[in-house]
Design a protein around this ligand. Structure first.
Ligand code: CR1
Length: 807
């Protein structure tokens, strides 16, 4: 293809505006221009996508099907332009046509088809799978409404709908000719005829699954993959027989039932919602995916007997676990294979990643819900469960282990055990987490089939999360570490380590951070209506609001700092700005109370003159990918303070490290591996280790004792009861930590780690007073972050789980 210049792009954009919007460049609005940009890039990717598909078919490549109910894509315009190598040209073209490129990029809505880490991981892996030239497709649901938008009103979270498709649909390419049918409800009829056992599913309701494809461009490759988002439609808009009887409302019921499936993303992060709509979402996207993959396979090979040689389904947590019985159903009922043949194929084409050990997040479905909605799948599950149970009994002869490993038990279907039984591999997402799976959560399964268990430590798309969002740092790295080599070989970042004593380099690093802080302060003033002090340390905790992540511990420490300042208002101190960003699941009351508390605390501190130029607390509204992209390059301190053993990996921690922020953190998740690379001297570690947490709990943890013994802690906790100038008391949070309310007190051991946390923060502030030391630490963090590139993680999946080649 001829090289694309800004002139070519100007022409293409002008043509798009005329053809799609009947508009001239002069008349076009920013929104129309944004869409035109998307359409022009989409055209380029579409050509490459066709080429890639042809190559995969011609060379009979094994394909990866990455199944996830969540893909937290964020914005795509800048990303796609970057990967296509057209970002400078696009910027130039927009400016030449009289538009401000930054405004056009800013206008794109985030595609927030995910909740947090799990969904963002899937998005980063799509980028790496494509860049590594792995034939891969992502599968999910084309939610009409993404994760809710958050407004803070009088200190509290209010949820608003996220209508992302208004502008965001420019990336979607509907493919109605590849529609699949998914069947719900009805009954099963079985009979013998012609010497065969026949199974017929009857009286079901059909929902049409229509693919809406989003192309994924890789970096410096023509290889192009697809994210296939299934939209749900009813086969008929109304039931005409009911309509003709005058039952107008009833006549549209089936229609409404079908279309509600793709209406909204469930906003619960790590809490199962045992609702039939959620189950329908899961089966809908699983069934559509399995059918479409099998159909394409049959077209190419004429048989499904070699299906497992050419396909692998990676299931992102247990949400797509029904892929196991659905593939069995298709192989047996539709393709006529025997149970044993089908089981062999299934157990050689499905791999499972576990993302959490929190018991409230482990999916268990009431069996009657499955029986009613998916009668054939239920039958298959019963057979899988019986055979698995027999295998476990024969191996262990131990009824407690039989119960622990059961798939159907006590009226529930346990999806993790299903994935272990039906999968060829099970992996955790950090060394610590994978160890906990083997030693604890899945110890019996590990004892029986140890070869299935693996670790793949998470990674992030460093092209997006460093090069694209932090151009100043990108420039410095190119100057010092061999040009753009690090973009495809992230370990090249380690060359920065050679400059640890180079005063000029360290100075440049600190100027980059300073500029980023100023840019963020400007952004925050425009979009959040807050004035930030760029001379203060930007100390940041952004992630979903969950008790185990311990935002409340951060707040308690800030309360302590404030109380010390009240005792001695004249005391000179290093100014600190604490920034929070977090969405709470709408039904998670305690999480919402913690958001309220942080806002009350912010209101108090920001209005107290003694805090001026010393302490500031900001709760950033509507934390999301595009806000993270502005904030992370400007951050100096990264708060990763979960109770050890609870955060499976974390990926925000990696993004901050890569952008030179220093971590205040516990030895949890991937922090452990960061610490292995950095040592005590390059991060601020504190708190109990995972095994100590377990021991303390086993011994009997008594937070009341800590409350009684430590006056600083007691004073901070008492402040929760008193509250702040807005008059709201947080006695409920006090009770949750100290006395317990409907639960054991302080489940996540905030009080046990409080003193150590305050000491770590103190060390951090003292270090900040020595800029040379701070910048040197920052440099080491960037230099050693290459290990956390998603390219490395995806290559490990490709080598050890998928067995596919890659660049
Ligand atoms: C984990 O909590 C991890 C991501 C991605 C989350 C987080 O520590 O980084 O997954 N788990 O692996 C999750 O959302 C449902 O479980």
């Amino acid at each position: 293809m001829a090289t694309v210049t800004s002139k070519t792009l100007e022409g293409a954009l002008g043509a798009k505006l005329r053809l799609n919007f009947g508009s001239t460049v002069e008349e076009a609005t920013d929104a129309q221009m944004m869409k035109a940009c998307a359409l022009v890039l989409r055209d380029m990717m579409a050509i490459r996508e066709v080429e890639t598909k042809q190559m995969v078919r011609r060379e009979e490549k094994r394909q990866v099907h990455y199944m996830s109910l969540e893909f937290l894509m964020g914005r795509s315009l800048m990303k796609n332009a970057y990967n296509l190598g057209l970002l400078p040209q696009l910027r130039q073209a927009l400016e030449n046509l009289g538009f401000r490129a930054a405004d056009i990029f800013e206008l794109e809505p985030d595609a927030a088809l995910g909740n947090g880490g799990l969904g963002r991981l899937a998005a980063c892996y799509l980028d790496s799978m494509t860049t590594l030239e792995i034939p891969a497709t992502g599968y999910s649901i084309c939610y009409e409404l993404g994760l809710f938008r958050q407004k803070i009103i009088e200190g509290q979270q209010v949820e608003l709908p996220d209508n992302w498709k208004d502008l965001g649909d420019a990336w979607l390419m509907p493919k109605p000719q590849e529609t699949e049918e998914v069947h719900f409800g009805g009954n099963i009829r079985e009979f013998w005829a012609d010497g065969y056992h026949h199974v017929v599913h009857e009286n079901y309701q059909t929902v049409l699954a229509i693919p809406c494809d989003m192309e994924i461009a890789g970096y410096e490759t023509r290889h192009t993959n697809t994210l296939r988002l299934w939209d749900a439609k009813s086969p008929s808009p109304v039931d005409m027989s009911l309509f003709s009887q005058g039952e107008y409302l009833k006549a549209t019921e089936a229609h409404a039932m079908a279309e509600v499936i793709a209406k909204v993303l469930y906003p619960e992060d790590k809490h199962i919602e045992g609702k039939s709509l959620r189950l329908k979402q899961q089966y809908f996207f699983v069934s559509a995916t399995v059918q479409s993959v099998a159909r394409r396979h049959l077209e190419t090979y004429g048989t499904l007997k070699n299906f497992h040689e050419k396909n692998v389904f990676q299931v992102n947590d247990t949400h797509p676990a029904l892929v196991i019985p659905e593939l069995m159903r298709l192989l047996i009922d539709d393709a006529g294979l025997s149970w044993d043949e089908a089981w062999y194929i299934t157990t050689h084409s499905v791999a499972y990643t576990n993302h959490t050990v929190l018991s409230e997040a482990l999916e268990r479905w009431p069996q009657d819900l499955i029986q009613r909605n998916l009668p054939r799948i239920w039958q298959v599950l019963v057979e899988i469960s019986n055979r698995w149970q027999k295998k476990v009994e024969d191996f262990y002869h131990d009824s407690t282990k039989t119960e622990d490993m059961a798939i159907i038990w006590g009226g529930q279907v346990r999806m993790a055990n299903l994935c272990i039984a039906g999968g060829m591999a099970v992996n955790g997402v950090s060394g610590l987490h994978s160890g906990i799976l083997k030693k604890d959560l899945f110890r019996n399964a590990y004892g029986m089939e140890p070869w299935k268990f693996q670790n793949v430590t998470n990674g992030i798309d460093h092209r997006r999360w460093l090069s694209e969002i932090n151009p100043g740092l990108d420039r410095l790295i190119r100057d010092l570490a061999g040009g753009d080599e690090y973009l495809l070989h992230p370990t090249a970042l380690s060359r920065l380590d050679d400059y640890a004593d180079d005063a000029e380099v360290l100075q440049r690093l600190s100027e980059i951070k300073r500029k980023n802080k100023e840019a963020f302060a400007d952004y925050a003033r425009r979009t959040q209506d807050v004035v930030l002090n760029p001379d203060a340390i930007f100390d940041v905790q952004v992630k979903r609001l969950h008790e185990y992540k311990r935002q409340l511990l951060n707040a308690l420490h800030i309360i302590t700092l404030y109380q010390q300042l009240q005792d001695d208002p004249g005391r000179s101190m290093q100014p600190q700005t604490f920034l929070f960003g977090a969405k709470a699941a709408p039904g998670y009351a305690v999480a919402k109370r913690i958001i309220h508390l942080i806002n009350s605390l912010a209101d108090q501190i920001n209005h107290d003159p003694i805090c001026k130029d010393k302490l500031q607390v900001v709760f950033l509204e509507n934390y999301r990918v595009s806000l993270a992209e502005q904030l992370i390059p400007a951050s100096e301190v990264s708060q990763q303070i979960s109770t050890a053993g609870k955060e499976a990996s974390g990926t925000g921690n990696m993004k901050f490290m890569m952008n030179g922020a220093l971590t205040v953190g516990t030895l949890d998740g991937a922090n452990v591996e960061m610490h292995d690379l950095l040592g005590d001297e390059n991060m601020f570690l504190f708190g109990l280790h995972a095994d100590e947490v377990a021991e303390l709990k086993a011994r009997g943890y008594l937070p009341q004792r800590l409350y009684a013994r430590d006056p600083i802690l007691r004073r901070a906790l008492d402040q929760l009861k008193t509250g702040f100038r807005d008059g709201v008391s947080y006695e409920d949070l006090f009770a949750r930590l100290v006395t317990g309310s409907n639960c054991a007190a302080d489940e996540y051991l905030l009080l046990a780690d409080f003193a150590a946390y305050c000491a770590a923060e103190k060390r951090m502030v003292e270090t900040y007073a020595n800029p040379a030391e701070w910048n040197r630490m920052s440099l080491h963090n960037i230099a050693r972050s290459g290990m956390f590139a998603a390219d490395r993680a995806v290559a490990e999946y490709a080598d050890h789980i998928w067995h596919v080649g890659h660049r």
